[in-house]
Design a protein around this ligand. Structure first.
Ligand SMILES: O=C(O)C(=O)C[C@]1(C(=O)O)C=C[C@@H](O)C=C1
Length: 249
């Protein structure tokens, strides 16, 4: 509506803050990919589970609102917030400078970085970028996010295969259709536990440094301030750690 306050849709640059409009409408619109355990996972029943899903539920509750989860892709997740299709994007999202030109980021929830995951038998073959980036090595990557960016920037000689489904990508390595993936250390730890054939390679010394955070609409200082406080408290009062322990187990 023209001059509308707290409009729930469209690109309209509403003058008010989401800090007021979210409680008023009773809904927090959350964009998430649902393909990145343990942060965001879409179940067969359509429900979302994971560390950042629990966090988003708590954030919504603290604003007297219900979370409304909308599925998106790694290619689109930051634009979803920049274009105000969602109030917040969650689920293992990395802070990058190109993204920070489009959205604000909350205070970080954790540190992470890219490290290899491969069949345990090949653990010592794929431990450095030089040893990975050789002709004949089959690097597999999910599209649209920082993993693909990293592979495109750093892999010149090995083959890159883009696998569109991040929920089945690790099985490709188990089955020998690919050799190695470079992804967040937290994910390599989680997936190595899920697939006993796979090993995480030096997850304590990843190739890159990245922080996970929530993407927020640019310009809404009051909402960012609130979400920062929420994240700060949850990451210091044991809430985030408890969700992590629950999902990492
Ligand atoms: O793009 C990001 O922010 C991510 O960290 C997500 C990303 C990726 O980099 O592609 C990281 C790990 C998962 O395998 C899926 C997606």
């Amino acid at each position: 509506a023209p001059g509308g306050h707290g409009t729930a849709h469209g690109k309209g640059r509403d003058k008010g803050s989401l800090l007021d409009s979210v409680p008023k409408r009773g809904v927090l619109r959350v964009c998430t990919t649902g393909d990145y355990r343990p942060f965001t996972h879409r179940e067969a029943d359509g429900g979302y589970r994971g560390i950042d899903i629990d966090m988003a539920r708590d954030l919504a509750k603290s604003l007297d609102a219900k979370p409304k989860f909308t599925a998106t892709t790694w290619k689109e997740i930051v634009d979803d917030v920049a274009d105000r299709r969602c109030d917040i994007a969650v689920g293992g999202v990395s802070i990058t400078l190109p993204r920070a030109r489009k959205t604000y980021f909350s205070e970080p929830t954790r540190e992470d970085g890219k490290t290899p995951i491969t069949r345990c038998a090949d653990k010592d073959t794929y431990d450095t970028l030089d040893r990975i980036d050789r002709p004949g090595t089959r690097v597999i990557v999910n599209p649209g996010g920082t993993n693909e960016q990293f592979a495109r920037d750093r892999i010149k000689r090995a083959t890159i295969t883009v696998h569109p489904d991040n929920t089945t990508i690790f099985q490709e390595i188990v089955d020998g259709r690919a050799d190695v993936m470079m992804t967040d250390a937290s994910e390599t730890r989680y997936q190595a536990r899920l697939h006993p054939e796979l090993c995480s390679v030096h997850p304590d010394k990843p190739f890159t440094f990245a922080e996970k955070a929530y993407a927020l609409p640019r310009g809404d200082e009051e909402f960012k301030e609130y979400v920062d406080q929420f994240v700060h408290l949850a990451t210091h009062d044991g809430t985030y750690a408890a969700y992590e322990a629950q999902w990492m187990e």
